[in-house]
Design a protein around this ligand. Structure first.
Ligand code: ADE
Length: 226
């Protein structure tokens, strides 16, 4: 998979890819991630990427031209399956969307800033709009990093244990069951006995029941979603 991120703040998108799972995925060539500084696609001396709103109103708007130039250059080099715009009024990211995106070959992620982008970018260039939650960030970069993390860990081979992404919370619309490790007892707090029984079918059944119980208690909405 190849991910091209268009941003005015490429420095915000360095550290998420320089540690742990994302770093290893890049080193293993399971994913390629490139950032493109929108200012490199401007045509004036000030490298302007935004301007005042037509019709008046507070806040600057990101202009079409640099965005179109950057996207066009990328599209001339390869085909893209999805051109995603990070915005608080997009579809809220969930595991199902992350799963769908993880199957794509090449994607572009455009990070918004200021009041957002000229609507014509959204109407003519963007194929998907994603929000990471009902709150407003200063820009789309942190959202793009969240999206990349959620997607990249689903690419086959990225996680050490192939099954572990399948047992994450939200796969199957259920939260994950409780997990335990050593010590067996700490300050009198015990690990459920069943986990030492060696009875794998029984343990599996317990985990399923726990996952259902947790979901019902904490996120009943997940059980009613289609
Ligand atoms: N940009 C600003 N707020 C955002 C959000 N909640 N999700 C994605 N991109 C954003």
């Amino acid at each position: 998979m190849r991910i091209d991120i268009i941003t005015v703040l490429p420095e915000l998108l360095r550290s998420p890819f320089e540690a742990s799972i994302l770093k290893r995925a890049i080193e293993a060539s399971l994913v390629e991630v490139y950032t493109h500084n929108l200012r490199d696609y401007t045509s004036d001396n000030y490298k302007s990427v935004d301007d005042y709103q037509f019709g008046g109103g507070a806040g600057m708007v990101m202009m079409i031209e640099p965005i179109d130039k950057c996207i066009s250059k990328l599209k001339n080099e390869r085909q893209y399956d999805e051109i995603i715009y990070m915005t608080p009024d997009g579809e809220t990211l969930n595991q199902s969307i992350a799963n769908q995106i993880s199957l794509k070959e090449n994607i572009i992620i455009l990070c918004g800033h200021y009041k957002g982008v000229d609507q014509r970018v959204r109407d003519h260039l963007i194929t998907k709009e994603i929000s990471i939650g009902d709150y407003v960030l200063s820009g789309g970069e942190l959202g793009a990093a969240v999206l990349c993390d959620a997607v990249i860990r689903l690419i086959p081979g990225v996680l050490g244990n192939e099954t572990s992404a399948l047992t994450d919370s939200f796969q199957d619309n259920l939260l994950a069951p409780p997990i335990y490790t050593k010590p067996r007892e700490y300050k009198g707090w015990k690990v459920p006995e069943l986990l030492f029984s060696g009875n794998l079918p029984k343990i599996e059944k317990w985990r399923e029941e726990q996952a259902y119980k947790h979901t019902k208690e904490k996120r009943p909405d997940l059980l009613t979603d289609e």
